[in-house]
Design a protein around this ligand. Structure first.
Ligand code: ADE
Length: 257
C-alpha cells in the first residue's frame, strides 16, 4: 500500500520513519511512504499556507489551494485513495478504521494546524475526517503517526507472524491480558502462580479472567455486546462482579443512633 502525508512539518516524521515498524515495513516493501511539505504546492515567494479566518477570531487557518493541489498531484491514477483530514472534529479512529484503511491501496493523510483547515477541504476533498481522541493536539502530525502505525502493523506479515495482530485488544472485544517476564519475584511481588504451572488450560483460563477484569475496570463499554461473550466469559464475569460487589451491610449498621 501507499501512504502519503501532507504536513508543514515534514521533519516531525524523521524519527518515526527511521525506527520500528515503519522502517521495517518500508524495507520489506510492504508499504511506500511519502512525507510531503505543503509549502511545495504554494506559488508565492513566501510560501504562505495559512491566512486569517473570515468573520474574525484569533489564529490562522490553513488555506485550501495548496492542499487541493497537493492531493490532486499525489493521487495515483486508479487508486481511489482514502483522503483523510486529521482533526479533533472527526470520527474517532479505532481498530476497525485501521483495518479498513490497511486494505486500501493508497491513503493520503492531511495534517491540520493552527486554528483549523478551510472547511472546503473537509467538504469537497477529504473522504473522511478522523480524530484520534477527545483532546486537542497542536497539529495533526502526531495523529498521522498514530494512524500510520496502527495501519502498517495490520499489513500482511508486517509483524513477522500472520496471526500476531489477530488476537489483540479491540479485535477480540476486550483489553489484552497482562503479561509478566522474569524475575518470578520482584520486590516481593510475585508472578501469578497459574502462569508458572506449565498447564495450558490453567494459563488460558487465568488470562481470560485477567483480561475480563481489566476490561471491566477500564473499558466496561467493550463488554456490552453479548455476542462477543461465550459461556465461560459470562461465568467469569459473574464471578468478577460478585467479588467486586460491596459486602451486604448488616441491618444494624443502617439504623440511625
Ligand atoms: N489535530 C488536533 N487534535 C487532533 C486529534 N485529537 N485527532 C486528530 N487530529 C488532531
Amino acid at each position: 500500500m501507499r501512504l502519503d502525508v501532507l504536513t508543514i512539518f515534514p521533519a516531525f516524521f524523521d524519527g518515526f520513519l527511521a525506527h520500528g515498524i515503519a522502517r521495517r515495513a518500508r524495507e520489506r516493501r510492504q508499504v511506500e511512504i511519502g512525507i510531503h511539505d505543503l509549502r511545495d504546492w504554494t506559488y508565492d515567494r513566501h510560501q504562505v499556507v495559512d491566512d486569517r479566518p473570515y468573520g474574525g477570531e484569533d489564529g490562522m487557518v490553513l488555506k485550501p489551494e495548496p492542499i487541493f493541489r497537493a492531493v490532486e498531484s499525489l493521487t495515483h491514477r486508479q487508486s481511489d485513495p482514502s483522503i483523510i483530514l486529521l482533526t479533533p472534529q472527526g470520527r474517532r479512529f479505532d481498530q476497525a478504521a485501521a483495518l479498513r484503511l490497511s486494505r486500501q491501496s493508497q491513503v493520503i493523510l492531511i495534517c491540520g494546524r493552527y486554528e483549523g483547515v478551510d472547511e472546503r477541504v473537509a467538504e469537497h476533498l477529504a473522504t473522511e475526517e478522523l480524530s484520534i481522541g477527545d483532546y486537542i493536539l497542536s497539529g495533526g502530525e502526531p495523529a498521522a503517526m498514530v494512524v500510520m502505525d496502527a495501519v502498517i502493523r495490520l499489513l500482511p506479515n508486517a509483524l513477522g507472524s500472520p496471526t500476531s495482530a489477530q488476537y489483540e485488544s479491540f479485535q477480540t472485544g476486550r483489553l489484552d491480558y497482562p503479561v509478566y517476564t522474569r524475575p518470578a519475584t520482584y520486590r516481593g511481588w510475585s508472578v501469578p502462580a497459574e502462569l508458572l504451572t506449565g498447564n495450558h488450560a490453567e494459563v488460558n483460563l487465568w488470562r481470560r479472567r485477567a483480561a475480563l477484569r481489566k476490561t471491566l475496570r477500564y473499558r466496561p463499554d467493550l463488554l456490552t455486546d453479548p455476542a462477543r461473550l461465550d459461556d465461560t466469559d459470562r461465568r467469569l464475569l459473574t464471578e468478577l462482579l460478585r467479588a467486586a460487589a460491596p459486602a451486604a451491610q448488616p441491618a444494624e449498621c443502617n439504623s440511625s443512633p
